[in-house]
Design a protein around this ligand. Structure first.
Ligand code: OOG
Ligand code: NI
Length: 465
């Protein structure tokens, strides 16, 4: 029997093995990431595992996939449900000029600390907005919907096995292996010829639209390992002659705590694909849509922390127009030092980040930490050594970083007519399409923090404010 968590871990391994054969540079990236992590642990044994144990971090991956319709989304949600991965968060990447892609997205991931600890595999999943008039006119919407309506990304057998796995909390060995094999195959790059005229027509509007709606199958777009030191990773990949995008997205490297997410990527080499030409002949060609990405994760921010982060980004933008990536990084650093507390305690006291709290072993035994009053504050209990504070890791994505990763890896940025109306898509649309609720990521972190405080208060017999 494979339970849900074993299925998820096995699926992540299976996808990783498949992707390694398809994109050899991914294997290099995983090797370098593993070396960065073990060297970082050796150099900083006391602090390296503050944001995750080395075995979790080194096995950790996120993937990205893109689908075309609500019904494809519903089916892929069923596949992920079999793996204990639920939709978390709504991302609208059509937004402003900085995030202008005809898609909306969610992330499928485990939602409990226990499941995340076993295997945190997550997949950023985007769905094309085929009727957004800023990108597609009515005729093209019609053509796209007709094309997408004829294809089947996830066959009935895989969806049925997934539904059984979800209902039963796992599958017997033979069924599990069949499910894993079939589910992995759904994400392989297809050898079906690509209709050149149709693909190019969409690519003129948007590379993402072509990647999603220009072909009859889907594929895993990238698989991202996690590192403990992304600057070191960047330097090592560059030294190997692999050209990375020109900056690390998200927060800068600085002396304070890592928050949210830092990501960078390299463009994959062109991959061989077959094309069907307008005259019907099939010829070899290439497409380069898949790439390598790597990330370093930091502490989850509260609503207030996230608002501050967004204002900081806006300040960085305002101050760094026309600057080089190095100069932009200096601006970021200055903004960080001005606006963000430089310690975990500072973040906690200002209510900017999420933490869990646990009673220290000494305090539990009643040993020497002094009396705990009827009512105490969290910071007092931490300062007096009664409680230990541990950061909650950010398990989600950042729209700006995602858009930056998309944009820097597309052959063409495409075109968008901002004067036209977009079409309505929101979290409720997403939930309705999938027939499943979409979790609010901040609510998940807040509940985890709250539960730890309640448990600590009960153990100490005090009220914590
Ligand atoms: C998804 C891009 C977003 C990330 O890590 O922010 C993403 C895609 O390329 O389909 O994966
Ligand atoms: Ni990614």
């Amino acid at each position: 029997m494979y339970d849900t968590h074993a299925l998820r871990a096995a699926f992540a391994r299976s996808l990783s093995a498949m992707y390694g054969t398809e994109v050899p540079a991914y294997t290099t990236l995983v090797e370098v990431s593993t070396a960065v992590n073990s060297d970082h642990l050796a150099a900083h044994p006391d602090t390296a595992e503050r944001l995750g144990r080395i075995d979790r971090v080194t096995a950790e991956r996120h993937g990205a996939i893109r689908v075309g319709t609500a019904s494809e989304l519903r089916r892929v949600a069923q596949v992920f449900a079999a793996l204990g991965m639920e939709p978390v968060g709504f991302y609208d990447l059509r937004g402003d000029a900085a995030t202008s892609l005809p898609i909306v997205s969610t992330a499928f991931r485990p939602t409990t600390p226990e499941a995340l600890a076993i295997n945190p595999f997550r997949v950023f999943t985007s769905v094309l907005v085929t009727d957004d008039r800023r990108y597609f006119d009515a005729k093209l919407t019609h053509e796209l919907d007709a094309f997408l309506g004829c294809r089947e990304l996830f066959d009935d057998a895989v969806v049925e096995l997934a539904a059984r796995a979800e209902a039963d909390g796992g599958l017997p060995d033979a069924d599990a292996e069949e499910f894993l094999r079939r589910a992995t195959a759904c994400f392989e790059l297809s050898d079906e010829p690509v209709d050149r005229r149709w693909y190019d027509k969409l690519a003129e509007i948007s590379g993402v639209a072509a990647d999603i709606g220009g072909v009859t199958t889907t594929h895993i777009n990238h698989l991202t390992p996690r590192v403990l030191d992304i600057d070191d990773l960047y330097a090592r990949m560059t030294a190997l002659g692999i050209t990375m995008i020109d900056e690390i997205q998200g927060p800068p490297r600085w002396e304070g705590p890592d928050v949210l997410l830092r990501q960078t990527s390299f463009k994959a080499l062109a991959e061989r694909r077959r094309f069907r030409e307008p005259d019907g002949s099939v010829v070899d060609g290439t497409l380069s849509v898949r790439f390598g990405e790597v990330e370093q994760r930091g502490i989850a921010l509260t609503r207030a922390g996230r608002d501050r982060y967004d204002r900081m980004l806006a300040e960085v933008d305002a101050r760094s127009a026309g600057l080089t990536p190095e100069q932009r990084n200096d601006v970021k650093l200055d903004v960080w030092r001005t606006h963000l507390p430089v310690t975990e305690q500072g973040l906690a006291d200002a209510g900017l980040a999420y933490f869990t709290y646990s009673v220290t072993p000494g305090a539990e035994a009643g040993g020497g930490t002094g009396p705990v009053g009827d009512t105490t504050t969290l910071s007092e209990l931490v300062a007096s050594g009664v409680l230990e504070r541990t950061p909650i890791v950010y398990e989600d994505f950042l729209p700006r970083s995602a858009a930056g990763i998309f944009a820097s890896n597309l052959d063409s940025s495409g075109s968008r007519d901002a004067s036209r109306e977009g079409s309505a898509r929101d979290e409720a649309w997403l939930a309705e399409a999938m027939g499943r609720p979409v979790h609010d990521p901040l609510a998940l972190y807040a509940a985890q923090q709250e539960a730890s405080i309640e448990a600590a208060a009960a153990a100490l017999g005090t009220t914590i404010i």
